[in-house]
Ligand binder design. Structure first.
Ligand code: ADP
Length: 385
């Protein structure tokens, strides 16, 4: 609304200035072609040209209509008059809006253009009481990004509710069944499941909190990190799960690799990659961690000989809650948030994460981080645990 008030003011200003200038110009023309422009007229003209430049600079389409015909369009609005199919749709929607506004007063309309690129425009027509001849102001605002963010937020809330409701529902049912059960074997089995569901709820909440902290970037603190130590620490964290699955882990890390980064975030990212490599591997296979320098980058690659990711899912697995195989992810205690955490950590560090995978053969997830050019000879190793 503030925008509209401002724009309406500017447009009225421009309209009045044009009117005054038009009259002034006509009068001057009538008097004599060689009469010098007065100080007033030239300052009014430069004022008006400043207003025109301002109107052309705003990231909002502004049009003025008189008797339902356009008499002014700023630069932003002109992008919709190049004759494309979508421009015709915009033109038609505006014409309808202007017709409605002339009888109903101010009216709004949201218009979806399926592109490409896909866009959503917010159109508004507002009668200008100050002008005669049915003067009408039309604004065109590109709300695509706002709309996209709103959609992502809505999806996220729906996903979180679903992810939390499933274990909470299961806990309720298990507790109820348990309370009516006397058989010690069944009681032991049900309480085991109760424990699993409670654990799942806990890890989902933990991952959500981690993701939200990492996304906000609020606690980001850099310190020198020795890659060899980081790799050892993360391997130790998944060692027990790897032994349970009969998966071996080996590491090959170049000497003297270090970066300046957030220790907790990097530990979280690498632990997630290793946890997945172990989770999605079969017994008797190997997971290999390699870290090497490539000019100004340090690449940490985690390779497994596991199930791999189908090609159609490769671009989606970094999305929150996206799982290729829901049942398997759930059975292994997955939250669907691990790779989102990895992606955000990579972005926060000015790097990225990529994946190469072949279904049935295995995967390599590569975390690429900016390197630091310093020796690590005297760096103290953190304790592994
Ligand atoms: P989850 O908690 O389900 O493991 P992630 O975000 O870590 O969630 O991973 C998303 C999905 O990507 C997983 O559900 C799984 O289908 C797939 N995935 C991740 N890492 C691997 C891997 N190393 N091998 C095969 N599939 C993987």
């Amino acid at each position: 609304m503030t925008w509209l008030a401002l724009v309406a003011g500017l447009v009225i200003g421009v309209a009045l200035a044009s009117l005054v200038m038009g009259r002034q110009h006509r009068r001057e023309h009538q008097e004599s072609a060689s009469v010098r422009t007065s100080d007033d007229a030239s300052s009014s003209r430069s004022e008006s040209s400043r207003v025109f430049r301002a109107l052309n600079a705003v990231p909002l389409g502004i049009m003025v209509f008189e008797r339902r015909r356009p008499v002014f369009a700023n630069a932003f609005a002109h992008q919709f008059d190049s004759g494309r199919h979508t421009d015709v749709l915009v033109e038609r929607a505006i014409a309808e809006l202007v017709a409605r506004a002339s009888t109903e007063g101010a009216v709004d309309h949201e218009l979806d253009l399926y592109g490409p690129p896909r866009r959503r425009l917010s159109l508004r027509a507002l009668p200008l009481a100050e002008m005669s001849n049915d003067g009408m102001l039309v604004t065109i605002e590109d709300v695509s990004e706002r709309h996209r963010i709103e959609e992502v937020r809505r999806d996220f809330v729906a996903n979180v509710s679903h992810e939390l409701k499933t274990p909470v529902g299961a806990i309720g049912v298990l507790a109820e069944t348990l309370s009516a059960e006397d058989d010690p074997d069944i009681v032991s089995r049900l309480s085991g499941r109760l424990h699993d569901e409670a654990h799942r709820l806990g890890t989902t909440i933990d991952d959500l909190l981690t993701l939200s902290t990492i996304e906000s970037g609020e606690t980001f603190q850099t310190e020198p990190i020795v890659i060899g130590n980081l790799v050892n620490l993360c391997i130790e964290r998944v060692r027990a799960a790897a032994e349970l699955n009969d998966v071996s882990i080996t590491a090959s890390v170049e000497d003297d690799l270090r970066i300046d980064g957030d220790r907790r975030q990097l530990e979280s990212a690498l632990s997630n990659l290793l946890d997945n490599a172990v989770k999605y591997s079969d017994a008797g296979t190997d997971v290999v961690v390699q870290a090497a320098r490539d000019e100004e980058w340090i690449d940490i690659a985690v390779t497994d000989a596991g199930h791999g990711v189908p090609e159609r899912d490769l671009t989606r697995i970094f999305e929150r809650f996206y799982r290729v195989d829901q049942a398997r992810s759930r059975a292994t205690g997955g939250t669907g948030l691990g790779l989102s955490i990895v992606r955000h950590v990579a972005i926060n560090h000015g790097g990225d994460v990529t994946v190469r995978s072949t279904e049935g053969v295995g995967s390599t997830f590569q975390l690429r981080l900016p390197a630091v050019n310093r020796s690590v000879a005297n760096e103290r190793s953190p304790s592994v645990g």
